[in-house]
Design a binder for this molecule. Structure first.
Ligand SMILES: *[C@@H]1O[C@H](CO)[C@@H](O)[C@H](O)[C@H]1NC(C)=O
Length: 554
């Protein structure tokens, strides 16, 4: 009996080692065969409405978006989606930190719900369901890349139909998955550069694969062009018409067959039963409230047992997960750090040691909350690190109606500051990209002339030609020039662009200092909102005394 099992385990062992060697060989071969995924891209990291506005004012969302989501799992339990990635076929990618957003702009809800804007990715429908479950966001127009691949038979053979497998055989590139663990904390205060790259790539590669598959089907062969230049060789309208017909019947359909999430053999992203909800609730709201509590009142202890601060449960869990702390109590949830923290509280009455209640600090309502940044993020982001460190003091919970009211008061102060600091809040000349009117005119003239269906009156035609002739300084232009003009890049970077927030912070730093500026926002909040339920040690002078002392010593 003993002998037999020993032999068996030997055999199993040999098979395992052999299998591992074969696997490593194949992986190594892959590594040599595929280039890392690199692409021209523009990333917008978004965690507040202002960031979103600047994204949506820069980027034109047209027919297709690569969509992907990231979330944190703790003890095998999935936490709400933390990050939503949306990528355009032009390489612009929004990383929207849903867990940080106070509310979701109507335009984001519209884009997600709009069936005419396809959302592409692997298991994208499942991502859509999670977004609905966690935040009430409705996602329509989902097209699973595995469906599209099935319809483009005979051109590609994929090792697997996952995103990685498709990226390899369709684009000939490798996604860097080695950072999966290091990049796993999608609720971290700040993302690392590689985390940002990684998140953006997952959405960008989805849309690249999609464009490539459609083109392959259109041409009946692997397209030998750089997919970024697709519309220099393919007519845009024709392409999208073809796309629509190719994806017909797959939109908003779960992938069946062996990839069905109900199939026990399925190993991909899974939903538990309570997540299998129908997306019937089409009610669109301008704001989606968060219902889960924001302050969890966990305690963080130093290695010697001294109380350091109260903190959010996700931060406490993160310390444990990374092996940086041990849990020492369940209720209240308390963790003890294994390393000496950078700072210790100045006194026992420190603000950071106070329990924070889950109520609206203005009216005491206990329903739903949004985070209020007392000093708006558009300014705080330009503060020096020493001031940024203690930002949590200036994040308060408000109920929806108080939040809306206080945002209106903030707007008044913003405009005052704009005046005072000569820092205009404008969406025109202040934006990051300017459209060059002359170039735009040339482009649309060429497009009109190239359009075979346009019935342009002769007189107008002469005008259009004159526009082009003047621009190029020629009298007779070839079809090549016409095509070139039709594709001309008319958006130029505005080198002088400086956002309102940055200008204000720079001005305030020189005129009165940032402590005074911080105090001004806090005072603004107190005097306009008259909050009745502020946490006990909340103060408009918070941290200023301590900083002053430090400055004297230095
Ligand atoms: C949906 O998107 C399409 C394509 O971008 C756009 O033309 C249309 O106006 C949008 N519909 C709604 C209801 O927003």
């Amino acid at each position: 009996m003993f002998r037999t099992s020993l032999v068996i385990s030997k055999v199993v062992g040999t098979v395992l080692v052999g299998g591992l060697a074969a696997y490593l060989y194949l992986r190594f071969k892959d590594t040599k065969k595929y280039k890392p995924y690199k692409r021209k891209k523009e990333i917008f990291l978004i965690d507040n409405l202002e960031d979103y506005e600047s994204f949506i004012n820069t980027v034109r969302i047209e027919k297709v978006l690569g969509l992907d989501c990231e979330w944190v799992s703790f003890s095998g339990k999935r936490r709400p989606v933390a990050l939503l990635q949306l990528a355009t076929q032009l390489g612009q990618c929004a990383l929207i930190r849903l867990d940080r957003m106070d509310s979701f702009p109507k335009s984001l809800q519209d884009i997600l719900a709009n069936k005419s804007i396809l959302k592409v990715g692997v298991a994208v429908k499942e991502d859509g369901k999670k977004l609905h479950l966690d935040y009430g966001l409705v996602v329509n127009g989902c097209v699973d890349l595995r469906h599209v691949l099935n319809r483009v038979r005979g051109i590609y053979t994929c090792r697997s139909k996952g995103l990685q497998g498709q990226a390899e055989s369709i684009l000939g590139v490798m996604l860097d998955k080695s950072n999966r663990i290091r990049c796993g904390d999608w609720e971290a205060d700040d993302f690392s550069q590689e985390q940002i790259e990684y998140a953006a790539n997952d959405a960008l590669v989805g849309v690249d694969i999609f464009m490539n598959l459609i083109l392959a089907k259109m041409w009946g062969k692997k397209p030998d062009i750089n997919i970024e230049d697709i519309f220099t060789v393919v007519d845009e309208t024709e392409f999208w018409t073809f796309t629509r017909s190719l994806v017909q019947g797959t939109v908003d359909v779960n992938v069946g067959g062996p990839w069905n999430s109900k199939n026990p053999a399925y190993k991909g992203p899974q939903l538990t039963n309570d997540e299998e909800i129908s997306v019937k609730d089409k009610e669109t709201r301008a704001y989606v409230l968060r219902q889960r509590p924001l302050y969890y009142n966990c305690y963080l202890l130093a290695p010697d047992g001294e109380s350091l601060c109260t903190c959010d449960i996700k931060k406490a869990e993160w310390y444990i997960e990374k092996g940086l702390a041990d849990k020492v109590n369940d209720d209240p949830f308390t963790v003890q750090l294994k390393f000496e923290p950078a700072g210790r509280p100045a006194s026992k009455d420190d603000y950071y040691l106070q329990e924070k209640e889950n109520i609206c600090v203005v009216c005491g309502s206990k329903d739903s909350f949004v985070r209020k940044q007392v000093v708006p993020k558009e300014y705080r982001r330009y503060f020096p690190p020493s001031l940024k460190d203690h930002a949590s003091h200036d994040i308060l919970l408000l109920c929806m109606s108080c939040h809306v009211r206080s945002t209106q008061y903030d707007t008044t102060l913003r405009y005052q500051l704009a005046d005072e600091c000569n820092a205009p809040i404008d969406m025109g000349s202040g934006t990051k990209q300017l459209s060059d009117q002359d170039l735009q005119k040339v482009r649309s003239a060429a497009r009109a002339l190239l359009n075979p269906k346009a019935k342009i009156p002769e007189l107008r035609k002469t005008e259009l030609k004159k526009t082009l002739e003047d621009f190029y300084g020629i009298t007779d232009f070839s079809p090549e020039i016409l095509t070139q003009a039709a594709e001309i890049e008319y958006r130029v970077d505005n080198k002088n662009y400086e956002p309102h927030g940055k200008l204000v912070v720079r001005y305030m730093d020189k005129n009165g200092g940032l402590h005074t500026f911080e105090k001004r926002w806090r005072t603004n909040f107190i005097s306009t909102m008259k909050p009745q339920f502020l946490p006990k040690y909340w103060s408009i002078h918070h941290r200023h005394e301590q900083h002053k002392q430090l400055e004297v010593i230095e």
